[in-house]
Each structure stands twice: as C-alpha cells, then as structure tokens.
Design a protein. Structure first.
Length: 149
C-alpha cells in the first residue's frame, strides 16, 4: 500500500471527531452531560453520529463524482451513476430510530468502501486512496457500532 500524504491523513482523521465524540458520549456520562449543556443535545451520542454520517456519505458521493470525471465513455457513465449511491443511501436509509439508522449507515460506509475499491481498480483515485479509506472506514464503522449495540 502507498503511504498516505500528511494533509489527507490529518484531515481524514480530523473528520472522525464527530464519530468518535458520539461514541465516547454514549459511554462516558460526564462527557455526554458536558456536550449536551455546551453544544446542545443534538451534538452527543447517536444524534451527532447519524447526522454527520449522512453528511459524510453525501460528501463522499461528490468525491466519487470527481473521480468519475477522469473516466471516459461507459466507465464514466457508470462512475457517475455509482457516485450518487452513497448520498441516496443516506437520504433514504437514515430514518427511524438510532439503532436502525446507525445500522444502515454502517452498511452505507461498507458499501462506499466497495465503491472506493472499484474506482481505485479503475485507476481513478490516488494510489494511497484505499489505505486512507480502509483506515477511516474501520474507525467510522466501529464508532457507529457503539450506537448499534
């Protein structure tokens, strides 16, 4: 695997903060109380994870769309079509209670990883892309798993 450049790695890790914070506030009541009183109840526990997870899946649709611009013909059309799936998944699958929404986000992020792999195999991503995506996806899934259990 190719080493991940410093800027994408640091920004990717920083993007995990809402997921990690949400998981921590599920298990550490003083953090949950601090977060709820300081930032509001929407920014603790599953609420921050679910909202932010939907935003990130939508963001990643845009990233994949950008990668699709490097393709041509049928592969480009396929890439554009596939790039819409994470945002649509987030839109349609995050309703209901926190457990079902978190479960569906887990499936969404695993599905996104499969799309990342396809775009990588097509040579549309940077060489280090899968190293970054595997790391970030593992942490996101673990944090969302805290809401599911």
């Amino acid at each position: 695997m190719t080493p991940i450049p410093r800027a994408p790695l640091l920004l990717g890790l920083a993007g995990l903060i809402p997921f990690v914070w949400g998981a921590l506030t599920l298990f550490v009541d003083p953090l949950a109380q601090f977060g709820a009183s300081t930032f509001g109840p929407r920014f603790v526990g599953p609420y921050v994870q679910l909202f932010y997870g939907s935003v990130i899946l939508s963001f990643m649709s845009g990233v994949l769309w950008g990668f699709a611009t490097k393709a041509h013909g049928t592969q480009a059309a396929t890439g554009y079509a596939l790039s819409t799936l994470p945002a649509l998944w987030a839109f349609f699958m995050t309703g209901g209670g926190p457990v079902s929404a978190a479960t569906n986000l887990i499936f969404g992020f695993v599905g996104l990883l499969m799309l990342d792999f396809a775009f990588s195999r097509w040579g549309l991503t940077p060489r280090w892309w899968m190293s970054l995506r595997l790391l970030l996806t593992a942490i996101v899934v673990a944090c969302l798993g805290a809401t599911v259990i």
